[in-house]
Every structure is written in structure tokens, then in C-alpha cells.
Write a protein of this length. Structure first.
Lengths: 260, 237, 260, 237
């Protein structure tokens, strides 16, 4: 199961539906996203509650045909300009969700059920655009809004630690990572460090990703750079600012030079 | 009145809105709410429970450059997933939530999705968790670091999130929601703002109102302590 | 929030719907159950995937009017004879579920939605008895079975550690404990040890119960006895065997003498 | 043939049924499945993934007195909640699951709920997760430590769990499910059992079948290693 980043990214077919770990600039699979760009993947759909560098980069290189998300931004550092431009120019479809409906769709997929009721968000414009439907509540005679299950082809998770089979440990917030692993057909783990099984077991209470659907495990120190992966490193704020200033040539250089 | 001082008025107003809240949630890119919650806990509501996307009840030393900064999770008392916070709101367990709006209209609707200007789509970052939170939290508090008539409009072009805001805090005034008329009314106007100026910068009709109470010295001391480098200015500049 | 077992049990009204932590003889709120008996609570409904000593004891003393569970037994040690007798004599209604539908009902309550679709278990007799209903899948035109939300009044959790506010840590398997805390209106924590906040924070990755709905926290060393609470103590197999041999007088002595 | 030897036949038969399984789940009160999974992993299917209600892929040293014994979780490779295992099965990700039946009928239905004898209700412990797992796992394996005509019946009084069993393993024989006739047929009869005896103890018609293969010495050695004290006998006595 232990493999190289190059080999792992080769598993991703054009047109796949991917979910990425983390949130904004937090524990994102950044190295994996750069390799997706280098391998010129096309027509990907990326689903995430709140994307940043990962989604923006893929939009800059036309790897993505659709983004399903609640939020794509660099927070205080500025807008996700490559995402923005790609959407405005019609090269990428932004299928807007609220973070909540991304989660609800993943839950339905994780539970093996075709849809799940949600709290009433019916006045939001995207409810109609996404085609979310009402059903009769069979117990209380009211109407309830629902979202359909969305099953990712791959969950791409950057974790702090994993063993060689792909059992993986996350310190700190999970965001939707454990949920997307349950929902996905396949999992790829990039980890700050691969540790012996016995060592991982000593921290069992943080090991919530079992290896059974993990198709590849890759040790990538600083795999979330320029994002953070606590407790090992913080966001590289200067690198983010620099990234946001890059033009097309600069971006091409960025994905080649920032390794892995 | 410089942007730091204007931020302090906003933070103080937001903190006061949390006086009798039990549970408050704050999302990403929320510098002013972050400071307001710390201020509220220190001064108005020591039992306030603070939910963030990184965990429960942080006690951070400083306002971070990112409200998903790792050090927030380090200071939390318990873990909780983002989805579970939405569930809390759906269950009616979230009192106050802070929501930002790129456009906010008279009815309290928020647009964070996109604008259509001369037929051209201007993409915004999206509404994050706002759609659910605005519709289900008991007292959503909206804020916006800028106040002009393109932001405060009669009717948003797209409704990203709908709900009844408890307050709307801006650098010019504080709105509250009038349940009877189902629209925003001005609750207080910041002292450096005239009614005329407020009207000029607002796309719907505004009413006169008392001056916003000045933040006390001790409030400002708390705000300065949590944000010694003035990161909070970001939102107003 | 820190209080005594006696005070905490006083919060429970007759007729309440309770969920208990753990599974069979694992991390059960046994001391709490004994105090429910001592305070002569009546008409309780208890919901759990798999109950053992906790449910059996409450049935022995007529504290319970209804048990909603998938399984009630002492596993290899024998049948839950007091539960069994109470059901057979009609003193307790056994509203049989499968463990899965207990979980699904708690999920719906946790999500604030009125019902949730489930996988097809339609041939099981209790589907009709429980009144589980079908709805039309609005996305794929089929029929889908559902269960309604069930919201416990109290989740009673025996955890390894808690702080004085009730933030609580669980080592090892959660069973449905975190879920029932999300679903419940109120939470009571009994913990092997109350530790200072700073100490609990150092183990944040195992602290998944925030204090906000916790109405009482009680330090009860050996609070799961005669069940287990790893890593501190194993099941007391001899005590279980002895319990299963007790007659009415023996049981009365048991709840008085086993403290807390 | 003593109960330990009969248990070994059952365990060996159950282990062989796991030869090409990817993921197997075992619930509570499952001593024979526990031993069978360990045997399968050591001899037939080293890549078998083992799910328990205490966690993923345990490597226990011994068969415990309880299959929710704490030491199982200590030896696990990852955490997973019980509900998540049901979800796996609902998603079609569980190959084999071991289910016990107080009554098992010709159609493969299980009754673990209650019996009505002379109008009197005899309460059983309940079917635990069986209803979902029997209906959704790819190849449910049923087992029962006792085999008589009150247990193996033409039709169960209550259907706790319905599904198509891959195998049914008893102290007298191994059944498989005949898809065409939609009923259990005998696949092998244990060597100490005659067809007549099997029929006498079974409430539906049984067919003749080859003798069950004897567990090899090395299989028995593995079983003895995991269960040196013979806990596995419990289920047959």
C-alpha cells in the first residue's frame, strides 16, 4: 500500500469526484493537489465544505470542471482569485452548497441511504439550483427538505500519522475528513510520517481511519504546505501571499518548484 | 475616528448582543466576532459557551491571523465537528451566530454568492455555513466591516442565507430586526455618523436613532489585549 | 455542576426517556442505575443498542415501563433474567429494535430532523410493530424505509475522565455515547476521575463531549462496577455470576450494599 | 466426539467460509466466530479485515470471556463505531458477518426475539444488529451451538432478521443456501452424525451430503493457541 505520490495520483481518473481533507489552509492535501496539476488531470469534481489553496490551484490549471462547496477563499489573505476567475469565465461550474448540505450529502452516502432530510434552508437560492427536493414526513404530516447522497470516488486525506497499511491518525479538528472516508469508495492517505503499527496503536484514540478502503499511503512531510499541519507547522503566511500574487507563469513555476 | 476605533465600536456592540446568550458560534474569517466573544466572556457573560469550527470553548491568548488557526484548537476544552455545530443549530441549541454578508438587504437576507453587474457574474466566496445558521439559530448577528449602498441594499441579488437577524453591526450603525414590519430598523447610529450620511450609504430607508454607546476604557483594554497588533482593522480596510 | 450522585439522580423525573453509555458490561453507568433504584424512579423508558446489568437491574425493581433496545443479555454469563421475567409478565414493554434502528433514531434526533431513511430491513417483524414508515425517494422513484427521531431526555454517560464543568473524555470504544449526547436534551456525566481542566486539555483528542448540555458531573471511581472501565478495571466476572443468582431479597441487598 | 472437538469442526468450517472474504464483522457473544476469524487470518486469508464492535483489526492473544472484552480494543488498529459498521454493511462493504439464531428456519430467517409456547411468551435477548446485517451483508454466516428440531424449524415464529445465509454451521452439519429453491440445503454432515439423526433433529427436510472435512492438526493447534482454556465449549453446552 505504501507508494509514491506519483503512483497514487495515477490512480485518479479524469472525471473523478474527489473530497479533500482539512479546511481553508488547515491540513489540506496540498502536495497531492500539486501532483494532480503536474499530471494534468481533467474534468475533476471537487467537493469540500470550505476550500482554499487546494481548490484554487486546481482551478488555475483547468483540472476541475465542477466545485461543490460552501466557501472558497483564503480568508483574511484575500480571495481565491484563480477559482473566481475560472468560475466567472465559465471554465468551472461552481455548484454552490452551504457547508451543511455538503455534510448532509456525505452523511447520506456514508449511511448507504439515497437521501437525507435537512433543516429548512429553503429560501437560499441554491436549494432550487441544486435540485434539492421535499418529501412528506411520514410521521408528522409536514414537508421536509432533503439532499441526495453524494458518494466521492476518492477521499484524499492529509493526516499527521499513518501506518504502512493506511490506518491514519488525525490530531486536532477532523473537519469532514472521517465522514468523507466513510462515504468514499476509495481513500488515499498522505501523512506527515509513516510510523510502525505498534506506535500508532499506542495513540489508538486518535486513529479513526481504518485502512480497509485505503488504496495508497504516502509519507509526505510538509504535505499540507503552504497550509498548516499542527502540531508540526503553521500556515506559511508569506508563501500564501506570494502564491496569491502569481500570474500564469508564476503558477506554473510554483507547481514545479514546490516539491512534493 | 480611525479604523481601529470604529472596529472597537463594532466589537463592543457585538459583545453587548451576547449578554444573555448561552451558546455562540463563530465561523471562518471572523475577526470582529472573535474579539467580541472574548470581550463578552470577560465582561458581560462569563458563562457564554463558545463554539468554533476548531472546537469548543477556546481560551486563545490572541486574535489569530486566521480564525481556523491551529492554536485555537490547542486551547479548546472539547472537540466537536463542524457538522455537529450545524446540527446544534438545527436542534435549536445555538443562540447567537455571527454571519458576514457581502450584500445585506432590508429583510435581513444575505448574499455571499455572486453579483450580476451589467450582465457579468462577479463570483463571491460563497456563504459557508450561513444558509443553515441564519435560518435556524435563535439570534443571528450579522456584521459587515464596510457600509455603503452597494452592500446594504433594498433587495439582494441572490439569497445565500435568509433569516431574521437579531442585530446587524456596521461601521456606521447597529440595525435590529423589526418583527412586525419584517425589516431592519436602525437601533443606534455611531457618533461619527450623521443620519444623512447613513441614508446616503444605505440602499433602503433608514430611521433616526440614538447614538451608539461609546466603548468603555476597560472594554478597549480587553480588546487591545486580545488584539495588540490591530488585526481587527483588516475587516474595515 | 459538580454534585453528588444523589442530587444528580434527583434531576430525573419519573417517566423520562434515558440513554445509558457503554454496551453490555462495558463502561455502563452502573452506580447511577443503582441510585435510580434506591430513589424508586418509576415509568422510565430506557433506550440502548445492547443493555446488560443496567437495564436488567432497573427491570428487577420496576423502575422501567419500556425498554427500546436491540439486545439485553449478559452475553456468555447468561440471560438477563430480571429483564426477561419483567417482559414475560407484562410489567415491562420490550419495544424491540435492531441496534441499527436505535442508532438511526438517535441520529435523526441529533440532526434535528424528524426522520431518517434506513437500509431495507423490512422483513423483520418489529418494523411493523414499531410503526416504521416508507417514503418515496424523491431522487430515484423507489420506496425507502425510515425511522422517526427519538430524543432522549437524558444521556447518562460513564466516562473515564471529566473536568468540573463536564467536558468528558472516553478512552476506547464510544459505542453510541457521543451520538446520544448530541441527541439528548440533557447530559449527566459520571466519571472515574475529575481532573483539572488543563489536564483534560492535554488529552483533547479523546475529549468529544463538550460541557454545554451537561447538568451534573459526579466523580464515581468504579462507577461501572461490576462492569468494566478500561484501562482501570475489568469486568468482575464473579460479581456478575453472583448478581445473576440473586433473588428478590438478594437484589434489594445488592443495591443497598454496592456503593455507590 | 466431545464438545471441544465438535466446536473445532464448526470453527474450521466457519474459517473456510472466509477464504475469499475481504471484510468480516463479528458481534457480541461470538466465541466460535472469534476463533474462526483468527484461524482464517492465520491459515486461509491473511488479508482478511476484521471488524468488531470494539474496533478494527484486533490481534488478540486469546479468546476472551466476552467478545466486548476491553482487551480487544487495546489490540485494534483503528477505532470505528458500531453504527459505522452497520453503515458499511448498508453500503455493501461487509462481505461476511456471523449471526447466531435461537431459531433458524428453512428460508434462512432468524428468530432471536421471542417464542410463543402454549400461548406464553418466552422472551429472548433480541437480535442485536442482525436485522440490518442479515439483510445487507453479502454473505451472512449463521451459526448455532445446538442443533435440534426446536431450533432448526420449518418456519420461525417471529422473523427477527431475514436474509440469504451463505452458510449455516451447526454441531451436526453445514447448510448452504440454495438460491434456486430459496431454502437451506445440507452441504456437509459432520462425521459423527447420521443422516437419520440429522433429520430427526431438524424441523425441515434435509438431504444427504458428503462428510465434513476433518480439521487438520495445524488448524486445531491454532484454535488451541487462541483458546487454551476451551472457552469455545460454552456455546455447545
Amino acid at each position: 500500500m505504501l507508494t509514491t505520490l506519483k503512483q497514487a495520483v495515477k490512480m485518479i481518473d479524469d472525471g473523478s469526484l474527489l473530497c479533500f481533507s482539512g479546511n481553508l489552509l488547515y491540513r489540506i492535501p496540498a502536495a497531492f493537489a500539486r501532483e494532480l496539476v503536474r499530471q494534468k488531470k481533467r474534468d475533476l469534481t471537487v467537493m469540500k465544505t470550505a476550500g482554499g489553496y487546494d481548490i484554487d490551484l486546481l482551478c488555475a490549471f483547468d483540472c476541475v470542471k465542477e466545485v461543490r462547496a460552501g466557501f472558497v477563499s483564503f480568508e483574511g489573505f484575500g480571495l481565491a482569485k484563480n477559482f473566481r476567475r475560472a468560475v466567472e469565465e465559465g471554465r468551472v461550474k461552481f455548484a454552490e452548497h452551504t457547508c451543511y448540505t455538503v455534510i448532509a450529502s456525505l452523511r447520506a452516502a456514508a449511511y448507504g441511504i439515497p437521501f437525507i432530510p435537512i433543516a429548512n434552508i429553503s429560501k437560499s437560492y441554491f436549494v432550487e439550483e441544486r435540485g434539492f427536493k421535499w418529501v412528506d414526513d411520514p410521521y408528522n404530516n409536514g414537508k421536509v427538505l432533503t439532499v441526495p447522497a453524494i458518494k466521492p470516488d476518492f477521499a484524499i486525506i492529509h493526516a499527521q500519522k499513518a501506518d504502512e497499511d493506511g490506518n491514519a491518525l488525525i490530531y486536532g479538528p477532523w473537519f469532514e475528513d472521517v465522514l468523507m472516508c466513510r462515504a468514499a469508495k476509495n481513500i488515499i492517505i498522505t501523512a506527515e510520517m509513516i510510523v510502525p503499527k505498534e506506535e500508532l496503536k499506542r495513540e489508538i484514540d486518535a486513529v479513526w481511519i481504518p485502512s480497509y478502503k485505503v488504496r495508497a499511503v504516502i509519507e509526505i512531510p510538509k504535505g499540507a504546505y503552504p497550509g498548516c499541519c499542527p502540531p508540526y507547522y503553521d500556515v506559511d503566511f508569506d508563501a500564501i501571499k506570494e502564491y496569491l500574487s502569481l500570474d500564469k507563469n508564476g503558477l506554473a513555476k510554483h507547481v514545479e518548484e514546490v516539491r512534493p | 475616528m480611525n479604523s481601529l476605533e470604529r472596529a472597537n465600536y463594532m466589537i463592543s456592540s457585538m459583545a453587548k448582543a451576547l449578554k444573555d446568550a448561552e451558546n455562540v458560534f463563530m465561523g471562518v474569517a471572523s475577526y470582529l466576532p472573535f474579539a467580541a466573544i472574548v470581550l463578552a466572556k470577560k465582561r458581560y457573560n462569563p458563562d457564554l459557551k463558545w463554539f468554533t469550527i476548531l472546537g469548543y470553548n477556546p481560551m486563545p491568548k490572541h486574535l489569530p491571523l486566521s480564525t481556523v488557526h491551529p492554536w485555537i484548537s490547542k486551547y479548546c476544552e472539547a472537540k466537536i465537528q463542524l457538522g455537529e455545530i450545524f446540527d446544534m443549530s438545527a436542534r435549536g441549541e445555538i443562540d447567537c451566530v455571527f454571519l458576514a454578508g457581502a450584500q445585506i438587504d432590508e429583510k435581513g437576507n444575505i448574499n455571499n454568492s455572486h453579483l450580476i453587474i451589467n450582465g457579468r457574474r462577479i463570483q463571491l466566496p460563497g456563504g459557508a455555513g450561513g444558509a443553515l445558521l441564519h435560518a435556524t439559530a435563535k439570534r443571528p448577528i450579522l456584521w459587515q466591516g464596510k457600509h455603503d449602498s452597494r452592500i446594504f441594499v433594498k433587495k439582494v441579488q441572490r439569497i445565500t442565507a435568509a433569516g431574521k437577524p437579531y442585530k446587524v453591526v456596521t461601521p456606521l450603525c447597529v440595525f435590529k430586526f423589526d418583527e412586525r414590519r419584517e425589516k431592519l430598523v436602525v437601533e443606534s447610529i455611531h457618533p461619527w455618523v450623521s443620519l444623512e450620511e447613513l441614508q446616503k450609504n444605505t440602499g433602503f430607508e433608514v430611521n433616526d436613532a440614538p447614538k451608539t454607546e461609546k466603548p468603555r476604557e476597560e472594554e478597549i483594554a480587553i480588546i487591545d489585549e486580545i488584539d495588540p497588533h490591530g488585526i481587527r482593522k483588516i475587516e474595515l480596510e
